[in-house]
Design a protein around this ligand. Structure first.
Ligand code: ADP
Ligand code: MG
Length: 364
């Protein structure tokens, strides 16, 4: 009986996803860690228990008030990397089938963005990028039997204070220019590397990570103050029926969101925070305009949206993770993150209300 219900729930969920189109928001709460310190035992996060809202709702108590949010999927602090990947493997596969896929991680510094995207210290904690690469290469090898041949190219860049750095360049300190051509923004001469296997890409990722540290004394800080963009272009050609596809997987580890009011930022730090907030708002505005299928999408308000335009427009598929720390002292920031994500998620299409009858689903 329970299995039936679960099956039905899955089916409703799938239908909702199809109706909602191509923009999804997943929320992930990281576990409490030693670094959260003592005195953080109190919990401010809870989850609805009803069958209907399970896996999709999250409640946060801040200043004595409860705030409830609903997303396409909510992962609690017990969710494993493989559980998260399971939910997005189909999306990743789309990149092989010729779709443009963009996956973002949004949240304050220390909320688990890099853990979700890249992984943790243990090999079994590998994140979404290594999991995706495994999936892509495995699937592409399987498709060889059907006549498919794939070529892939990787590029990696960083955007800090509205300047772009090519992380695979031999001279990574070089700030790239952007130029307009045929109504679209392009980055000049970004290094793209032909890649044939996972190991090559992982070693490029290591190189990019090292390059992010170059030219900065307090790099941990700096890396959390810049956006990291990983791009894998996939060209597929079928030798039997001559069909061709061109897809791309973009994974973006966003700069840590932070309210200006929560920092005593002055000078450079204030400028950084403002640059980050401006580009994150620009991103939210773009995603929201795409979701509402508006004619005008404001890509030109930030470098981030500017360079992602070719991958966000058209039939692209967008997934945003909102990463949340369970630490009560981060309650204010967490509430801001959830509100931001809710704005992105409130595609104004709204999640349809459904009624389930024995075997059929009715949209009300
Ligand atoms: P961010 O990139 O948002 O600044 P990190 O991904 O670096 O945050 O995470 C901060 C710390 O929390 C790291 O030590 C990371 O390993 C740990 N962490 C984050 N998410 C999880 C998780 N789901 N399970 C276990 N540890 C996590
Ligand atoms: Mg990080």
């Amino acid at each position: 009986k329970l299995r039936d219900l679960e099956e039905r729930e899955k089916k409703i969920y799938k239908n909702i996803m199809e109706l909602k189109g191509t923009i999804r928001v997943f929320c992930r709460v990281r576990p409490l860690l030693l670094v959260d310190g003592v005195g953080t035992e109190g919990t401010i996060i809870s989850y609805p228990t009803s069958m209907e809202a399970r896996h999709r709702g999250i409640d946060l108590v801040q200043s004595g008030q409860k705030h409830s949010f609903t997303f396409d999927r909510v992962f609690d602090d017990k969710a494993l990397q493989k559980d998260v990947f399971e939910e997005i493997s189909d999306l990743v596969r789309n990149a092989l089938d010729g779709h443009k896929v963009c996956i973002f991680a949004y949240g304050q510094t220390g909320s688990g963005k890099t853990y979700t995207m890249m992984g943790g210290p243990k090999p079994e904690d590998k994140g979404l990028i290594p999991h995706s690469l495994e999936h892509i290469f495995k699937t592409s090898h399987e498709s060889e039997k059907l006549g498919w041949e794939y070529k892939m190219q990787a590029s990696m860049l960083e955007i800090y204070n509205e300047t772009i750095r090519d992380l695979l360049s031999t001279n990574p300190s070089y700030a790239l220019d952007m130029f307009w051509s045929r109504g679209k923004g392009h980055v000049s001469a970004i290094t793209t590397v032909d890649v044939c296997n996972i190991e090559e890409i992982l070693s490029l990722l290591q190189q990019a990570t090292r390059n992010r540290f170059v030219g900065s004394t307090k790099m941990n800080e700096r890396s959390s103050r810049s956006h990291f963009v990983f791009s894998l272009k996939i060209f597929g050609e079928n030798k039997i029926n001559e069909q061709q596809v061109q897809g791309v997987l973009n994974v973006i580890d966003l700069a840590g969101s932070q309210r200006v009011s929560s920092t005593l930022a002055i000078g450079d730090r204030l400028k950084e925070t403002q640059a980050i907030n401006r580009s994150l708002s620009a991103l939210a505005a773009v995603i929201s305009a795409l979701a509402k299928k508006k004619k005008h999408v404001p890509y030109r308000n930030s470098k981030l949206t500017y360079i992602l335009e070719p991958y966000l427009s058209g039939d692209s598929k967008v997934l945003m993770f909102v990463n949340i720390s369970p630490n009560p002292s981060s309650g204010g920031e967490s509430l801001c993150s959830l509100r931001f994500a809710a704005k992105v998620n409130a595609c104004e299409i709204g999640i349809p209300r459904v009624r389930v009858d024995n075997r059929r689903i009715f949209y009300l």
